[in-house]
Design a protein around this ligand. Structure first.
Ligand SMILES: CC(=O)SCCNC(=O)CCNC(=O)[C@H](O)C(C)(C)COP(=O)(O)OP(=O)(O)OC[C@H]1O[C@@H](n2cnc3c(N)ncnc32)[C@H](O)[C@@H]1OP(=O)(O)O
Ligand SMILES: O=C([O-])CC(=O)C(=O)O
Length: 393
C-alpha cells in the first residue's frame, strides 16, 4: 500500500477542470482555451474574470454590465471599516484580508436560506462581490500600515486604475497601470495549485464560497506558494546588490535554503507566465531608471539557474514589479489574492456543479494497536455491535 502513496499528491490527477490548462511540455497556460499571453496583451482584468466564471469572453454589453456592477460593489460596509481598525496594525496583511473576507460572509443574508450555501446563481454574485471588495480592503490595509486614511473607490476608473488610486491617491503612468493589469491577469488562475485545491476541498463538503475563499487565502499565504512573491523581495533586500549575489548564494545553498521565486511543482523547464511578467517588469525598470534592480534580478537568476537548473516562477518577476509600483513587500501576496479570487471562485462553482466529497485515504504508520491500562470493555456495547453485524449479514 505504501508504494501507492503520492507524497504531496505529486503527479495525481484529482479531477477534471474546464477552467484552465497548465501544460509543462509546451510551457503554456490556457484560460478556457485562450493562451494567457493573448489575454494579458488584450483584455481588461474584468473581462478575464468574466471568462473564468462563465467560460466565454464578454461581449461589449456584458463587459459594460460587469464593470457597472463591480464599481457599485466596491465601497466598504462600515462594519468592514470598523473591523480593519480593530485588527493590530502590525498584523500580517494576509491575516487581515483573510479575516475581512470571513466577515464579508457573515453579511450575506442569502446564506441563511435553505440551500443558500451552494446556490449557483448566488455564487456568481458572491464571486463578483469579493472581486469588487478585495481591492478596497487591500488598499485600505496598505494605507493603514503607512498611517494614512483610506481612499474611497472612484467609479470613473476601471479595476486596475481604481486599485492603484485607492492605494496611492494618485495614478502612475498608463504603462505602469498596464503592468499591474498584466500581473492580475497572469495571477488569476492556475488549475489545481494548493490554494485552489484547498478551495475545492472546502466546496466539496458543500460548505459555502466565502469559507472556501478564506481557506484558500490560508493556503496561499505560505512561501512555498503565494507567499513567495513577498519572500523574493526579502531575498533581494538581504542580498542588496548584484555584486553580492555569488557569496550570498554560496552561503544560502550551503545552508540548504530554498531560493524563493524559483522552482515549480508542475513546470520543470520554466513557468509559462514569466516571459510576459519579466517584459512588464523591464518596462517598469526602464521607466523608473532602476538598472541596479535589473542587475540584481538577472545575476541571481543566471547564477541559480546555472548551478541548479531550476527556473524562476511568476513570483520572481512580480515581486520586484509590485515593489517598483510602490507597494510594501507584505502587500504583495494580498495582491495575488485579489487576482486569484477569480480562479478560486470559478473552481468553487465548478466543484459544486459536479461534486464528489474530496476525501483521500492515508496509510497508517503509527504505533500498533494497544490498550489503555485499566480499561474494562463495555459488554453491553459489544452486544449491540454484534447484533448490528448479525442484522447486516
Ligand atoms: C505562484 C506559485 O505558487 S509558484 C511557487 C512559489 N514558491 C516558491 O518560489 C518557493 C521556492 N520553491 C520551492 O520551494 C519549490 O520549487 C516548490 C515548492 C515550488 C516546488 O516544489 P516540488 O515540486 O515539491 O519540488 P521539490 O521541493 O521536491 O524540489 C526538488 C528538488 O529541487 C530543489 N529545489 C526546488 N526548488 C528550489 C528552490 N527554490 N531553491 C532551492 N532548491 C530548490 C529541492 O530542494 C529538491 O532538491 P533535492 O531533490 O536535493 O531534495
Ligand atoms: O500551480 C502551482 O502549483 C502554483 C502556481 O504557480 C500558481 O498557483 O499560480
Amino acid at each position: 500500500m505504501t508504494d501507492d502513496i503520492k507524497k504531496g499528491l505529486a503527479g495525481v490527477i484529482a479531477d477534471v477542470t474546464a477552467i484552465s490548462k497548465v501544460n509543462p511540455e509546451t510551457n503554456s497556460l490556457l484560460y478556457r482555451g485562450y493562451p494567457v499571453q493573448e489575454l494579458a496583451a488584450t483584455q481588461p482584468f474584468e473581462a478575464v474574470a468574466h471568462l473564468l466564471w462563465n467560460g466565454e469572453l464578454p461581449d461589449a454589453d456584458q463587459l459594460a454590465d460587469l464593470q457597472k456592477r463591480e464599481r457599485e460593489l466596491r465601497p466598504l460596509d462600515e462594519r468592514t471599516v470598523a473591523l480593519l481598525e480593530l485588527i493590530p496594525v502590525e498584523a500580517h496583511p494576509m491575516d487581515v484580508v483573510r479575516t475581512a473576507v470571513s466577515q464579508l460572509g457573515t453579511f450575506d443574508p442569502t446564506l441563511h436560506r435553505p440551500g443558500g450555501w451552494t446556490d449557483p446563481v448566488l455564487d456568481q454574485g458572491r464571486a463578483l462581490y469579493l472581486f469588487a471588495q478585495l481591492p478596497t480592503i487591500i488598499a485600505a490595509v496598505q494605507r493603514r500600515r503607512r498611517g494614512l486614511e483610506p481612499i474611497a473607490p472612484r467609479d470613473d476608473l476601471d479595476y486596475s486604475e481604481n486599485f492603484l488610486w485607492m492605494t496611492f491617491g494618485e495614478l502612475p503612468s498608463a504603462a505602469a497601470v498596464d503592468v499591474f493589469r498584466i500581473s492580475m491577469v497572469l495571477y488569476a488562475e492556475h488549475s489545481f495549485n494548493a490554494s485552489t485545491f484547498t478551495a475545492r476541498v472546502i466546496a466539496s463538503t458543500t460548505s459555502d464560497l466565502y469559507s472556501a475563499v478564506v481557506g484558500a487565502i490560508g493556503a496561499l499565504k505560505g512561501p512555498l506558494h503565494g507567499g513567495a512573491n513577498e519572500a523574493v523581495m526579502h531575498i533581494f533586500d538581504e542580498i542588496g546588490s548584484a555584486d553580492r549575489v555569488v557569496p550570498w548564494l554560496d552561503e544560502a545553498l550551503a545552508a540548504k535554503r530554498k531560493i524563493m521565486g524559483f522552482g515549480h511543482r508542475v513546470y520543470k523547464r520554466g513557468d509559462s507566465r514569466v516571459p510576459t511578467m519579466k517584459a512588464a517588469l523591464d518596462r517598469l525598470i526602464a521607466e523608473y531608471g532602476r538598472t541596479d534592480l535589473a542587475e540584481l534580478y538577472d545575476t541571481l537568476e543566471h547564477e541559480f539557474v546555472t548551478r541548479k537548473g531550476i527556473y524562476p516562477n511568476l513570483d520572481y518577476p512580480s515581486g520586484p514589479a509590485y515593489s517598483l509600483l510602490g507597494f510594501e513587500t507584505e502587500i504583495f501576496t494580498p495582491l495575488f489574492i485579489a487576482a486569484r479570487v477569480t480562479g478560486w471562485t470559478a473552481h468553487v462553482m465548478e466543484q459544486a456543479a459536479s461534486n464528489a466529497l474530496i476525501r483521500p485515504l492515508s496509510a497508517y504508520d503509527g504505533v500498533d494497536e494497544r490498550h489503555v491500562p485499566g480499561y474494562v470493555p463495555d459488554t453491553a456495547a459489544i452486544d449491540v455491535q454484534e447484533r448490528a453485524e448479525e442484522a447486516a449479514e
